[in-house]
Design a protein around this ligand. Structure first.
Ligand SMILES: *[C@@H]1O[C@H](CO)[C@@H](O)[C@H](O)[C@H]1NC(C)=O
Ligand SMILES: *[C@@H]1O[C@H](CO)[C@@H](O)[C@H](O)[C@H]1NC(C)=O
Ligand SMILES: *[C@@H]1O[C@H](CO)[C@@H](O)[C@H](O)[C@H]1NC(C)=O
Ligand SMILES: *[C@@H]1O[C@H](CO)[C@@H](O)[C@H](O)[C@H]1NC(C)=O
Ligand SMILES: *[C@@H]1O[C@H](CO)[C@@H](O)[C@H](O)[C@H]1NC(C)=O
Length: 834
């Protein structure tokens, strides 16, 4: 069967359905347009487990990069003769688990295959799991004779067909009572309303490249590079300004004349492909990076190559990575919206005396929103591992407010600030809704560092509602700054550190790329009733926009609901951890994009939960709706939340938020298997390290264990909630680029194998199978929006069934490149059979 394309909405916004309902809103505020689609590669696969890969490496090299190097060589024998690979420099070793995460990119004749990725996880000289999407077809045939593949048209045809099916199904959907009513408005009643918006955004210009070429508006000369033409074609599809799109279509040459193309010469000679920056691109807010590359296009069970321009386009509301075919007509092959220096020598880190810590009047960590508790005075709870210089201190050389040139480092002199401005987070108002942020208003607490501001919103008439919210801007920015820093510190302690691609201006000589604290906009004027996060690759600032919610009077401020801020920040986490810090294109659409949403819900819910079990809703306070903004609250009770893997087939589950909701629910159920076994820790924060940097076990970690050779084994969280938190983050590091639900499940099980020796194998399988994701779960005929026909498997792994005496199975031979076999979920493919 021919697997075509999978695509979906990729807005990293919080509220899929809710945001769409705002379309009918009378606020007159625009909604963020986003496009995103691309092929699912039939040749991509992921394998985890001790048996698959180790045999050829007995007595192999000790250096994990060399292990990975040899391993990749051994599984890429069937690639074309001109195929080479390079180990990316964002590969790293996890400090706690000791696993080295190695990322390789494929090149053909020195030109990058932009979606040819291998990620290999190495521990103790052995490969423990790996994902592979390398191209294994014919030797490429050159740029001049590009094959006329057109995934974009195919995608749009399928979407159109689905639209008409949904329109027919509308009546039954209404009568089945599945609709969700938000604030008195039917929100998810008509899939086709949302689907047609997806169609409008992604497909409005699917024919335009053909028309422009046939009308002779574009050059087709043999000897041109066509980067500007290809980019304009992308901008026509991407711009939310239809007038601008029309002008480009009518007169592309006036835009091309204004563009300035500057070649970028790669000193190392690493890159055979031409590479440019392009200035004066209509609707882009910074020069566009352009590089020639290949991408793969599905062709039956394998792929063919398409020469493309790979663009990185920063716009007001989007940050795109797009692949557009080099030759006219310039087709968009894939597009991901990211909206969702060498380290300095180790510098002396100023140790902050306790007395100089800031204080904040906030809803403290764990108080999800104003409905749950009161504000209290909290201390700057910086964690000396995660934030050695505290939250209000950063080197002049990394300070966007100082005159230093970005990337040019002279010394490491720290500036102490008295504003919501520091090494991890820049927080400020953004009522204008634009892109400027450095000089936006933020509170200054002065010498006292006491961020104690009034929050006392009153009911007003509609015209005054906005002004009323502005009155407590100091309090809301303070809250956003506090929550953002707490998340930074918490995730750091679970391994989202500098080498893993975290968000910091200065990295304290601990590796990774710098100058990428999170820019956090409070009360952002570009929307209502939502939030979003843009995640460019490591070394570029993440951007989080929080909105007001006009769901109540007085308005509710999303900045004050920790779950929303955590959900957004977690886009940064999952995007940077999946496929490596330098690759932001791994969670773009379909199941991968959905899990990008789901992790945020799961982590936010786990953070707010306490010892006494309770069900939780997402965004309930902001949305002024007890059951929140998802279809169901997160619950162990199958009547209250019936989601299973197969739920993804239902109407209404084509979008990333609905897919994510199912994933978060599955993880919630899995987490309680571990909590029932290991108990519950009141705090998810590990103890602070001692003066010498050693982390005490406290009641948090199990007693430190040592290997036979006297080396420390990884620290293992003692309790169920902290353990699943750790396994979920470690799983993100282990899973491949563009993971499926199966891949992410297998990666969590592999993470447990690496951390505890697999002692929770059955609890994890039991949890996954409770929601249909058992070993025999499968998916057939996936559709372009993450749909398809799925089969639930409610039976746990056979090793975990008490009445089943497992027979030893033959170890399956690794058969790299033979397609995504694991995806059929067949038990025989599961490598953990002994
Ligand atoms: C910043 O604060 C730290 C600790 O409070 C102090 O040691 C340092 O001298 C301060 N730096 C400046 C430039 O004032
Ligand atoms: C915010 O705090 C500043 C002090 O940092 C104060 O001058 C200002 O009046 C406050 N603004 C509002 C709206 O309360
Ligand atoms: C809203 O309230 C303000 C202040 O109370 C008042 O000046 C204004 O006229 C009111 N506007 C409307 C539309 O009622
Ligand atoms: C635990 O959370 C529930 C629900 O949010 C809340 O009602 C309860 O008071 C909390 N218990 C403790 C001990 O904080
Ligand atoms: C699950 O929820 C339903 C509906 O609220 C309730 O009737 C049932 O008793 C619950 N089941 C359990 C095991 O708590």
């Amino acid at each position: 069967m021919r697997r075509l394309l999978v695509a979906s909405l990729v807005a990293a916004g919080l509220a899929g359905a809710f945001a769409h309902s705002a379309a009918t809103d009378t606020t007159g505020l625009r909604r963020r347009k986003t496009i995103g689609f691309g092929p699912v590669l039939p040749n991509a696969y992921y394998r985890a487990g001790p048996n698959i890969v180790q045999k050829s490496f007995v007595g192999g090299p000790a250096d994990p990069l060399e292990v990975a190097n040899q391993f990749i060589s051994s599984i890429t024998l069937t690639t074309p003769a001109s195929s080479t690979f390079r180990i990316r420099k964002d590969s790293y070793t996890d400090k706690n688990t000791g696993i080295t995460h190695v990322y390789a990119r494929q090149y053909l004749n020195g030109i990058e295959v932009a979606d040819g990725d291998i990620s290999v996880n190495v521990k103790g000289g052995k490969v423990i799991s790996y994902g592979d999407s390398f191209y294994r077809g014919e030797e490429e045939v050159g740029f001049g004779s590009s094959t006329p593949v057109d995934p974009h048209s195919e995608y749009c045809q399928q979407l159109a067909a689905e639209l008409s099916r949904r329109a027919e199904a509308r009546q039954s959907l209404y009568s089945s009572g599945e609709q969700v009513v938000l604030g008195g408005r039917p929100a998810q009643t008509s899939d086709e309303g949302i689907l047609s918006e997806l169609y409008e955004w992604n497909c409005a210009h699917v024919e335009t490249p053909f028309k422009m070429t046939s009308e002779g508006k574009l050059s087709t000369k043999e000897d041109e590079m066509y980067s500007e033409q290809a980019l304009l074609q992308f901008m026509i599809a991407a711009t939310p300004n239809s007038g601008l799109a029309q002008s480009i279509i009518e007169n592309p040459s006036t835009f091309i004349e204004k563009m300035r193309v500057t070649p970028v010469h790669d000193f190392s000679g690493d890159n055979a492909a031409p590479s440019f920056v392009i200035d004066n691109v209509p609707d882009a807010v910074s020069p566009v990076k352009a590089k020639m590359a290949f991408v793969q296009v599905p062709s039956d069970e394998s792929t063919t190559l398409q020469p493309v321009w790979k663009f990185e386009v920063e716009m007001q509301d989007n940050w795109y990575e797009a692949a557009v075919s080099v030759m006219p007509p310039h087709r968009i092959i894939s597009v991901v919206d990211w909206a969702s220096d060498s380290p300095l020598p180790v510098a002396p880190i100023p140790k902050k005396p306790d007395a100089s810590s800031a204080t904040y009047n906030v809803f403290r960590w764990g108080v999800n929103d104003p409905a749950v508790g009161e504000r209290t005075i909290e201390k700057e709870n910086f964690d000396s591992l995660a934030s050695p210089a505290g939250w209000h201190s950063l080197p002049y050389d990394n300070d966007p407010a100082s005159n230093h040139v970005k990337g040019k480092k002279t010394s490491v002199k720290f500036r102490n600030t008295t504003e919501t401005w520091g090494n991890n987070v820049f927080a400020h108002e953004n009522w204008q809704g634009g892109n400027s942020w450095v000089t936006n208003y933020r509170p200054d607490a002065g010498k006292s560092l006491s961020f104690d501001f009034k929050y006392d919103p009153k009911e007003t008439n509609k015209t005054e509602a906005m002004d009323e919210a502005k009155k407590y801007i100091n309090a809301t920015i303070t809250q956003l700054f506090y929550t953002g820093n707490m998340i930074h510190d918490l995730y750091y302690r679970y391994g989202f550190d500098e080498v893993a691609g975290n968000f910091q201006q200065h990295n304290f000589g601990r590796g990774g790329e710098e100058d990428d604290a999170v820019i956090m906009n409070a009360q952002d004027g570009s929307g209502f009733n939502n939030a979003n996060f843009m995640t460019p690759p490591d070394g570029q600032n993440g951007r989080c926009r929080m909105y007001l919610w006009n769901t109540a009077n007085p308005y509710r401020d999303g900045d004050l609901e920790a779950g929303i801020v955590i959900h957004e920040y977690s886009h940064g986490l999952s995007t940077r951890l999946t496929g490596g810090p330098a690759n932001s294109g791994c969670l773009g659409w379909g199941e991968s994009g959905g899990m990008g949403e789901g992790w945020g819900d799961f982590l936010a819910t786990t953070i707010r939960s306490n010892k006494t079990y309770s069900d939780y809703a997402m965004g309930a306070w902001a949305a002024n709706r007890d059951t929140g903004i998802r279809n169901f609250v997160y619950s162990l009770n199958e009547t209250i939340n019936p989601s299973t893997y197969k739920t993804l087939d239902k109407p209404g589950y084509w979008g990333v938020h609905a897919i994510g909701e199912v994933w978060a629910e599955i993880l919630w159920v899995v987490s309680y298997e571990l909590i029932n076994k290991h108990g519950f820790s009141d705090s998810l924060f590990p103890p602070l390290p001692d003066a010498d940097g050693t982390v005490p076990e406290g009641d948090f970690y199990r007693p430190q264990e040592y290997t036979l050779t006297g080396e420390k084994k990884p620290l293992v969280p003692k309790h169920g909630n902290s353990l699943i938190f750790q396994l979920v983050l470690n799983g993100m590091k282990l899973q491949p680029c563009r993971p499926s639900f199966f891949d992410a499940r297998d990666a969590i099980i592999a993470a447990d194998q690496a951390l505890t020796g697999g002692e929770n194998f059955c609890e994890l399988w039991n949890g996954f199978s409770k929601r249909g994701l058992g070993p025999k779960a499968k998916v057939e005929g996936r559709t372009p929006w993450g749909g398809g026909i799925r089969t639930d498997d409610f039976t746990s792994h056979r090793k975990c069934l008490s009445d089943d005496i497992p027979e030893p199975d033959p170890v399956p031979e690794p058969t790299p490149g033979d397609g995504d076999e694991d995806d059929d979920g067949d038990d025989d493919d599961w490598p953990w059979v002994y």
